[in-house]
Design a protein around this ligand. Sequence first.
Ligand code: ZN
Ligand code: ZN
Ligand code: ZN
Length: 104
Amino acid sequence: MLKERGVSVGLTTVYRSLQILEAAGEVDVVRNDEGEALYRLCAIDEHHHHIVCRSCGKTAEIRSRAIETWVREAGRRHGFSSVTHSVEVFGLCSACDQNEGRGV
Ligand SMILES: [Zn+2]
Ligand SMILES: [Zn+2]
Ligand SMILES: [Zn+2]
């Protein structure tokens, strides 16, 4: 967005801005298998999770009542309150899966 406006920014500035947006809840952060942060502007405001392609980084949003219930129950069973969680699901998207199938 900044580039389109003709503003030249360094990568450090970009990451700092993204961290501010993250703190404000404007973007979601997904960590890939290597622990690298991927930033994503989410289409859903409500609490949700992501499924991430470990090959190309493509993400999709997923919501699961089962996960939310399970976390709450697990917390309660162990006497924990204010329980939070972070769940990320990794796999191969259909495009990458096809590429792998061709032996690329
Ligand atoms: Zn999201
Ligand atoms: Zn992919
Ligand atoms: Zn959740």
